[in-house]
Design a protein around this ligand. Structure first.
Ligand SMILES: [Zn+2]
Length: 238
C-alpha cells in the first residue's frame, strides 16, 4: 500500500514538473501579443513624432519665406518712394514721403531681426528633425527582427505545449482516476503547483505548520493528505 502511494507521489511529481512548465509556457505565450503590440506602437510613435517635427520645420520655413517676401515688398516700396522724392513739388509732400520712407525702414529693421530669429528656429528644427530621422531609422530597422523573433517564439512555445500536454496526459493516466482528478483540480488553481513538500512539520508551499496527526498520516502513507491551509498534496522527500 505504502509503495503504491510512493509510486503515485513520483507520478505526481513528474506531472507537476510538466504542469509547471505548461503554466509558464502559457504565460509566456499570453504575453506575446501585448509585446508585439507594444513594439509596433513604439514604431508608430516614432513615426508620428517624425511627422510632427517635419511639419514644424515646414511651418517655420513657410513663416521665414513670408517674412522675406514682406521685407522684399517693403524694400520695393522704399525704392519707389525714394524715386518720387525728386518729383514732389511742396515741402509738405516731401516731408510726408520722407516720413513714409522712415516708417517703412523702421518696419524693415524689425523684420530683419525677426528673420534672423526665425533662421535660428529653422536650424534648431532641422537638427531636431534629423535626430528623430536617425532614431526612427534605428527603431524601424530593429522592429522587423524583433517581431520575427516574437513570431518564432510563439511557434516554439505552441509546439512545446503540445508535447508537454501529451506527456502530462500520459503521466496522469497512470494515477488512480480520483487522484488524477484531485491533482488536476488543485494544479489548475495553483498555477501548476499541486504538490507541497513537507519540511520538518511545515508545508513548504504556504509555510503553515501541519498538525501532528496529519504528519503521521503522511508518514504512514496509506492515503493522500492535503495541506489544510493551501490544499496542496503533501509529501515527504523519500
Ligand atoms: Zn500548504
Amino acid at each position: 500500500m505504502a509503495s503504491q502511494i510512493t509510486q503515485n507521489i513520483d507520478i505526481l511529481k513528474k506531472s507537476q514538473q510538466l504542469d509547471s512548465e505548461i503554466y509558464q509556457s502559457r504565460l509566456s505565450l499570453e504575453e506575446i501579443p501585448a509585446q508585439r503590440t507594444k513594439l509596433k506602437s513604439d514604431l508608430e510613435l516614432e513615426k508620428t513624432r517624425l511627422g510632427e517635427l517635419d511639419k514644424t520645420l515646414k511651418d517655420i520655413q513657410l513663416k521665414l519665406k513670408n517674412k522675406e517676401l514682406e521685407l522684399a515688398q517693403k524694400e520695393g516700396q522704399i525704392k519707389k518712394l525714394d524715386g518720387q522724392l525728386s518729383q514732389v513739388k511742396t515741402n509738405k509732400e516731401y516731408g510726408a514721403l520722407q516720413q513714409e520712407i522712415a516708417s517703412l525702414k523702421a518696419d524693415n529693421s524689425l523684420l530683419e531681426e525677426e528673420i534672423i530669429h526665425i533662421l535660428d528656429e529653422v536650424e534648431a528644427a532641422k537638427e531636431e528633425a534629423q535626430k528623430e530621422k536617425e532614431k526612427f531609422a534605428l527603431v524601424s530597422k530593429s522592429f522587423q527582427g524583433k517581431d520575427d523573433e516574437f513570431v518564432a517564439q510563439e511557434k516554439t512555445l505552441r509546439e512545446r505545449l503540445v508535447e508537454l500536454e501529451t506527456q502530462r496526459k500520459e503521466a496522469v493516466a497512470h494515477l488512480p482516476p480520483e487522484l488524477g482528478d484531485l491533482y488536476s483540480r488543485i494544479a489548475s488553481k495553483k498555477q501548476g503547483l499541486a504538490l507541497a513538500l513537507v519540511n520538518g512539520e511545515a508545508c513548504t508551499a504556504c509555510q503553515m505548520q501541519i498538525r501532528p496527526q496529519l504528519i503521521n498520516e503522511i508518514r504512514l502513507g496509506d492515503h493522500i493528505v492535503v495541506c489544510e491551509n493551501c490544499s496542496r498534496i503533501l509529501y515527504f522527500e523519500s
